[in-house]
Each structure stands twice: as C-alpha cells, then as structure tokens.
Design a protein around this ligand. Structure first.
Ligand code: AMP
Length: 194
C-alpha cells in the first residue's frame, strides 16, 4: 500500500494532479469533497448536513467527516493497493484519525504532496472554475471564506507533516505537466527508499 496525501488550498490543483497520479501509480482516489457532493446530489441525510456547511465555505465537523472517510476506506477493497487522499485531512484531529485508520490496515501515510500557490492566483482560478463547474461554493464570497478556513484550520498541517518528515513542498503555479513531473521525481525517490 502506497498512500499519498495531496495537500493544498482550494484551487491549488489537487484534483488535476490526482488524476495524473492515479494513472501513473494505479492508486485509488478518495476526494472527500466529491464524496460529499455525491451525497448532496442524491439528497441523502448526510448530503443535507454537508450542504449546509459547504455552501457557507465551512468545514464539515471532524467527528462526522472522520466517520465518512472511515466508511469509504472500510468498504473499498481497491483502497488496499494504495490511496490518494484528496481534501483529507483538513485539520490536525483528522490527520491523527487518518494515522490510526491506516495503522489498523497495517499501513501509513507515505508522503504528503503540498501544492503551494499564492492566494491571488487561487482566487482567479476558483472564480474561473466557478463559471464552468456551477459549484455552489465557487463564488467570491464563499471562496474568501474557504481561503480563511484553509489558513486558520488546514495550513497548520504543513508543520504537522513536516515534523513527521513527510511534507514535500511543490510550487503549484505554472504548467500542469511540469508540476506533475516535480511531484513524480519526489515520489519515485520515496518509492525507491521503501
Ligand atoms: P473540496 O472539493 O475538497 O474543495 O471540498 C469542498 C468542501 O467540502 C469543503 O469546502 C468543505 O466544506 C467540505 N470538505 C471536503 N473535505 C473535507 C474535510 N476533510 N473536512 C471538512 N470538510 C470537508
């Protein structure tokens, strides 16, 4: 099992780079944002709760979010070959829960790929994406709130994973393919080390 966390602010390119990583390493992709949007589209109880937070640019509470991820991990046999976690963890308690969950499966987070992009570019990208995606949270007001939430609640995870020696900072501006090639160089070195 080779597990990667793809980390970064909203709009930093996590989804785009995840698609390329899946192809390259044959990993299973878990995007908690996508899991929640699927529940919203199906009108489930969880979807109703999630919608009330997502549309406000707030995080879903840790307890609930951890249960959701645990359910996905425990019910997805394909996850055994390794997972790209996209959008999880977003808080320190989530990172601690992920560590415990993976250790129950006899595994761990091998690397955290941190896509680093400045706020101005993030806002431009998210506004553009909003015009095409129709996502309820890709409007200026919600984008600003999501970035604030990122800086206050999620970015402390960089230090958390730096202390574990797992954080790999990748400049996330520029060409998609050259960013991917940076990521691949880092990950290949880690895989060889294993
Ligand atoms: P994303 O698609 O990763 O940008 O996620 C969209 C929204 O889903 C976020 O702004 C949060 O409201 C919610 N969400 C996704 N993942 C998490 C998580 N790990 N913890 C809390 N909320 C989350």
């Amino acid at each position: 099992m080779f597990n990667i966390v793809i980390f970064g602010a909203p709009g930093s390119g996590k989804g785009t780079q995840s698609d390329k990583l899946i192809e390259e390493y044959g990993l299973y992709h878990i995007s908690t944002g996508e899991v929640l949007r699927d529940h919203i589209a199906r009108g489930t109880e969880l979807g109703k709760i999630a919608d009330s937070y997502i549309s406000q640019g707030q995080l879903i509470p840790d307890d609930l979010m951890i249960k959701v991820l645990e359910h996905v991990l425990d019910n997805t046999p394909e996850a055994e070959k390794g997972v790209i976690f996209d959008g999880f963890p977003r808080t320190i308690p989530q990172a601690k829960a992920l560590k415990e969950m993976l250790s129950r499966h006899g595994s761990k987070v091998h690397a955290v790929v941190g896509l680093e992009v400045d706020d101005k570019e993030l806002v431009d990208r998210l506004l553009k994406r909003g015009q095409m995606s129709g996502r309820s949270d890709d409007n200026l007001d919600t984008i600003t709130r999501r970035l604030n939430v990122y800086h206050s609640q999620t970015s402390p995870l960089r230090d958390y994973y730096k202390e574990e020696g797992k954080y790999h900072a990748i400049p996330g501006s520029g060409e998609i393919d050259s960013i991917f090639s940076d990521i691949k160089t880092r990950l290949d070195a880690i895989k060889e080390d294993k």
